[in-house]
Design a protein around this ligand. Structure first.
Ligand SMILES: [Zn+2]
Length: 769
């Protein structure tokens, strides 16, 4: 801590404007997109806003909303939606509930037993705990299961597949182990859970079990609940396994359109995003006897967890029976929508969302974020009563059905696709929130903007700005995480000198997906995280007792989140010119282009080396004949690809981004003039359009619902982002001709983007003083 504050002091001297937006002489920097007068007024309103959020309210919202299980279709899910609606209305907001009817399977049969070499029946049950009152609400809890697993009844030998990633199956091949006709058991994490049954089925497995390994979120890391925050032996991670990344999220029966009463629905058998094989999640208490009964080769070192058993891969002799069957019912989801109409530009929308449904009581996921959303709405309504008039329309959304797979937000986005494409400027999302450092993700045209907001928020623990804390944490991580000293040094240099911290590109796993990937709306996703371990994710133990003992127990990070998002919403809603900036975007796309070129040359080098080693007989020389392993397959060397169109497009984008930035700076003083007023509508229209230009109506190869050409969830990662996905996945999946075509498509979009930004720059230059 001492060392941190010493660095902070030096930085404050180097960049005086870092401290809460104040310049050295105490005056405040003019906000981007604001005239000096409007900027000053905005800062005053924002300061009033930030004084409102109260940890005691956040605590009370969470206690109320998590008091009973509230999954899709449950009585308390509807009750919560109505309670949220009543509060929006009580605060004077124009609010309503929008209902959709979606496919939501709930289990009616769950059997997992070992038939040989010994008999064992899995409990599949999380026990309630005397100290934790809501953990005992058995009659309302959903059993442990994976939603959108297909019905199935299979008996087969068991194979341990590590995390169940494509590379794990390559390793199994080399060990001479096939999963064809087998049931696989995979560890949770490293990929989104739905990727595990997908890859297993592609390799011929007929069933999939997923367990929570104690090394990842159990006793290896800290005491287990209720002594500590980690997963107890019978704790299970529920969750969706819908194959959303290859198809689309949302209701599987109405892909691409809203699940309204009159929507045409697919027959269940035609729903593409349901798994091909049955899946069931289990605890490590249930997994241990199954894993202990495996023989065959020892699992590779890095596959072994911390159960007190030797980890073998099988197949068998463990023979396992897995049976699951579901009620495939249509259930209602209730999105709660509140509007604050804009006073000058009501047709430009700033949208803010967080889900309210949970797998069980869901205190951390999602109520830690939902509580902040509610407190923001209350604070904004207080400002309205004091005379604040946002320029643009603000829309607050409490989504339902996020957990099964983004049902409420996706159906809303699909239903209102045309108006959203027309009017939505920015979507801001949160989900769970914890203690620690601000994590910023989103569209890179908002990178400069959100860095600016982070410089104005105080960190509750260190009292430095949350921006400084994020920067210094990244510098500390850059010291330890990479083993190449030169790149560590370069990373630290960039963190100190670049000005804006790089924000993360978004993959998926929460409600921004339809807004960003399907509609091309500029998006931010924010959370505080990093200081507390947790092993209660999607279990009955994610509840008020857990959160108030092991996470943001005094709700000061909930308060900081409300201050961060509320400030962002206001600053976006009030700016004369939407505060998009394209210099960071151009810089990021340039970096992606270089990364892709390196990905290709690395692959060429790797395969060339491997083929040479095969010729030399290296694998034969180094393998132990008593533990036979096959040599890897020969690989075709990837061809060269033509990156020139993308490099040229990056140059165009960089030029126009700089031009726009200069034009905006020149006109700053006159943005508030009457002469400018008539020009702002057209200019802001172009800015709203800028994220759409990065999409293509035909979508990505084989997954047309995903239209953004820069960001998408990976088909084989799920949560994890693939940047420039058409090109990157083309190279990774060895479809080189397709990668070449995708480079052309991406380059065209970037050239169009550059032209739009150039036109916006000229629009600015021709207006005002
Ligand atoms: Zn969530």
């Amino acid at each position: 801590m001492r060392r941190f504050s010493a660095i902070a002091l030096i930085l404050t001297m180097m960049f005086p404007s870092l401290s809460f937006g104040a310049d050295q002489d105490g005056s405040q920097a003019v906000l981007a997109g604001y005239s000096p007068r409007a900027s000053q007024s905005e800062r005053e309103w924002e300061a009033k806003f930030r004084a409102v959020p109260d940890p005691a309210n956040l605590r009370e919202y969470m206690r109320r909303l998590s008091a009973r299980p509230h999954h899709v279709g449950s009585p308390y899910d509807k009750d919560n939606a109505e309670w949220i609606l009543a509060h929006f209305k009580e605060w004077g907001l124009d609010a309503h509930i929008e209902r959709f009817d979606v496919l939501f399977p709930a289990p009616k049969v769950r059997v997992l037993e070992m038939l040989a070499p010994t008999k064992f029946t899995a409990k599949l049950e999380e026990p309630g705990l005397a100290v934790d009152p809501t953990s005992n609400q058995k009659s309302e809890q959903l059993p442990t299961y994976n939603a959108y697993s297909i019905d199935g009844d299979v008996t087969a030998p068991l194979v341990f597949v590590n995390y169940g990633l494509p590379e794990d199956y390559e390793k199994l091949d080399r060990l001479g182990v096939s999963v064809k006709g087998a049931i696989v058991i995979a560890k949770y994490l490293r990929s989104w859970r739905g990727v595990k049954p997908k890859v297993a089925a592609e390799h011929g497995a007929i069933g999939c079990i997923i367990y929570s390994e104690p090394e990842d979120d159990g006793y290896t890391r800290d005491n287990v609940f209720p002594m500590g925050p980690m997963r107890p032996a019978d704790g299970v991670q529920r969750g969706s396994v819908m194959d959303f990344a290859s198809n689309s999220p949302g209701d599987p029966l109405t892909p691409g359109v809203g699940a309204t009463p009159d929507a045409k629905r697919l027959a269940l058998k035609d729903a593409k995003s349901i798994t091909k094989i049955p899946v069931l999640p289990i605890s490590y208490g249930d997994a241990q006897p199954l894993l202990a009964a495996l023989a065959g080769p020892m699992a590779p070192d890095e596959w072994r967890g911390s159960l007190p058993i030797p980890y073998h891969v099988g197949p068998g002799p463990a023979q396992v029976h897995l049976k699951v069957a579901f009620n495939w019912d249509i259930k209602p989801v209730y999105d709660v929508i509140a509007k604050i109409p804009g006073s000058v530009a009501p047709d430009e929308w700033i949208i803010r969302g967080n889900h309210h449904d949970a797998w069980v009581n869901g205190a951390e996921d999602p109520l830690s974020g939902q509580s902040s959303l509610l407190e923001e709405a209350r604070a904004l309504s207080l400002l309205l009563k004091q005379g604040w008039k946002p320029r643009r329309t603000i829309i607050y959304c409490a989504w339902d059905g996020e957990e099964p797979m983004l049902l409420g937000s996706t159906e809303f986005a699909e239903t209102h696709a045309d108006e959203l494409r027309e009017h939505a400027a920015v979507y801001i999302n949160t989900d769970g929130n914890n203690r620690g450092v601000l994590n910023m993700g989103g569209s890179h045209s908002l990178e400069q903007f959100i860095n600016g907001v982070a410089r104005d928020i105080e960190d509750p623990e260190t009292k430095m700005t949350v921006w400084q804390r994020a920067q210094l944490t990244k510098i500390a991580q850059a010291k330890s995480e990479d083993d190449r000293p030169q790149s560590r040094k370069e990373a630290r240099k960039e963190l100190r000198q670049r000005g804006d911290l790089r924000i993360e590109a978004l993959g998926s796993g929460t409600d921004y997906t339809a807004f960003l990937d399907h509609l091309g709306i500029a998006t931010l996703n924010l959370e505080y995280e990093g200081e507390d371990e947790q092993g209660i994710y999607h279990s009955i133990y994610d509840d008020f007792y857990w959160y108030t003992h092991f996470s943001d127990t005094d709700f000061v990070y909930g308060q900081a989140l409300a201050q961060t998002i509320g400030t962002s919403v206001m600053r976006l809603a009030d700016a004369e010119v939407l505060p998009f900036d394209f210099v960071d975007l151009a810089d990021t796309v340039e970096m992606y282009t270089k990364n892709l070129e390196k990905l290709l040359t690395d692959k060429q080098e790797e395969f060339r080396e491997r083929n040479q080693e095969l010729d030399e007989g290296m694998f034969k020389a180094t393998f132990d004949p008593r533990r036979p392993t096959d040599a890897p397959a020969r690989e075709e060397i990837p061809p060269h690809l033509n990156f020139a169109p993308m490099q040229n497009a990056v140059d165009s984008l960089t030029r126009s981004a700089k031009h726009y930035q200069q034009a905006l700076a020149q006109k700053e003083a006159s943005l508030g003039d009457d002469a400018f007023a008539g020009k702002l509508g057209a200019l802001n229209r172009e800015l709203i359009e800028s994220e759409r230009r990065l999409t293509n109506a035909d979508g990505l190869p084989r997954r047309p619902w995903y239209k953004h050409l820069l960001y998408a969830p990976g088909v084989y990662t799920g949560y994890g982002v693939k940047t420039v996905p058409g090109v990157r996945e083309g190279i990774e999946q060895k479809r080189y001709a397709e990668a070449d075509q995708e480079i052309v498509r991406v380059s065209k979009a970037l050239e169009d983007e550059a032209a739009l930004i150039e036109s916006a720059a000229r629009e600015l230059e021709g207006a005002g003083r």
